[in-house]
Design a protein around this ligand. Structure first.
Ligand code: ADP
Length: 430
């Protein structure tokens, strides 16, 4: 139980810390990248405006100039370049005229999908290299008269690469810190739970000791009542006989509660070990049916049993018998007179060795909202009804514990007013 709570606390802590870390990383990275991106956009725009002003005179004079740079320089990272076109679309001046990157930029320009004053990051592939270029365009004009157009670009491949590597580093750091916070969370959860675990252990030990100590006086009481009832020379009035009989019933109920409490207290402390051996499950089931038969007959409930001839399993015989008794006792208890209770034991399917034990009744049933809770200790759907029927709310938790200790499970399928079906699945190789 504590291991489960510790795991849940650790997961909760990791998810919380992980979300904060992720948020922090994303905000830091995005704001950093956005700042640099905007800075480059501004640089490119400033450069475009500067060159547009310088080239205005050339366009007015209709002078065509030779390029300023050779291609290799234009391909260098951080390098800025420009192209100036006149109104007829003729290239009149550029800083990088030849093949390679400028040629690709030319192609992009020809597509004409760049917007004025809005630099965009564009990727070009050239001889297996990817170039990232911040590209923009501006009309070259003097007042309302347009003389041409300038295209300006800046090669930011290296910077882009740095940011990509920064992204990987951030992702790696995130994973490392997530691992560290999970580890720290696990250790902290263990430390926080230590005192709770100690006091829980003390309570459990007290409960186990108290129930154990109560068993002896109870059995002394029971045998004393038996002795008085059996003493033929004793002159007890019919009234006293009745009182004695009631006392006997109450002592038996109390003995059952004490024994159930002891089972659960010991199971919590893992003091209770299963005594596994090979036995015939069908024989044990038949015996349990015989035990429950008088109770069923007293309510005119029809008991049915369907199973193969024999199923040999390796389990704790006493505990499996206890589990069946709990389910059958409940089925009879919570089924009105003239009802039906059926026990079905079968191999789950041909291929698997799993065994299914199904206890079905057509009694009062259990509402869906209650179905998950009935396996909790002391939980009873209708406390008053359960108490009059001798219920304590400890039966199903013990049944669940037995099934799980054998590596199996228990579930309930039920409809209020229609009946309940408890299915216990046990692995075949138990
Ligand atoms: P109890 O000793 O009260 O029967 P259990 O732990 O065995 O305690 O069962 C818990 C509650 O589940 C019961 O009080 C009852 O309300 C409900 N329950 C168990 N079995 C059945 C059943 N076959 N039909 C209807 N209700 C059931």
């Amino acid at each position: 139980m504590f291991r489960k709570v510790r795991k849940q606390l650790t997961i909760f802590n990791s998810v919380l810390m992980g979300s904060f870390l992720l948020l922090f990383t994303v905000i830091t990275y995005v704001s950093l990248a956005w700042n640099v991106y905007s800075q480059i956009q501004n640089d490119v725009l400033d450069y475009a405006k500067e060159e547009a002003a310088e080239n205005l005179a050339l366009l007015k004079a209709k002078t065509y100039l030779r390029p300023d740079f050779i291609i290799n320089e234009a391909e260098k990272s951080e390098m800025q370049f420009f192209y100036v076109f006149n109104n007829h679309g003729k290239l009149v001046h550029s800083s990088a005229p030849h093949s390679g990157l400028p040629r690709m930029v030319n192609r992009k320009i020809a597509q004409g999908n760049l917007r004025d004053n809005q630099p965009a990051l564009i990727t070009f592939k050239h001889s297996n290299h990817h170039f990232r270029v911040m590209l923009t365009t501006l009309p070259i004009k003097d007042g309302p008269i347009v003389y041409g157009r300038i295209y300006v670009g800046k090669n930011v491949t290296n910077l882009y690469q740095i940011f990509l590597e920064l992204l990987y580093t951030f992702a790696l750091l995130l994973v490392v810190f997530l691992f560290l916070t999970t580890l720290a969370g696990f250790i902290m959860a263990g430390k926080a739970m230590a005192p709770i675990k100690r006091s829980y252990e003390q309570q459990r030990e007290f409960l186990a000791d108290a129930s154990h100590e109560l068993r002896t006086p109870l059995s002394v009481l029971l045998s004393s009542v038996d002795a008085i009832q059996g003493d033929e020379q004793n002159q007890v009035t019919p009234f006293s006989q009745q009182v004695l009989a009631d006392m006997r019933d109450e002592i038996k109920k109390m003995t059952k509660i004490v024994s159930d409490l002891l089972t659960l207290a010991r199971s919590d402390g893992a003091v209770l070990n299963l005594m596994k051996k090979q036995f015939d499950l069908i024989k044990v089931a038949e015996q349990t049916m015989r035990i429950i038969n008088p109770l069923a007959q007293s309510k005119s409930i029809e008991l049915r049993f369907a199973s193969p001839q024999s199923i040999i399993i390796y389990a704790d015989e006493e505990r499996i018998a206890q589990l069946l008794l709990i389910l059958l006792d409940n089925a009879v208890k919570y089924t009105p007179e003239h009802g039906q209770v059926q026990l079905l034991i079968q191999q789950r399917d041909q291929a698997s060795t799993e065994i299914e034990m199904v206890v079905q009744d057509n009694g009062i049933g259990i509402a869906p909202a209650e179905q998950a809770r009935i396996f909790e200790r002391f939980y009873r759907v209708d406390k008053a009804r359960s108490r009059t029927l001798g219920g304590t709310g400890l039966g199903l938790p013990i049944a669940k514990w037995i099934a799980e200790q054998h590596g199996g499970s228990i579930k309930v399928i039920s409809q209020p007013g229609q009946g309940s079906c408890f299915v216990v699945t046990l692995p075949g190789t138990i």
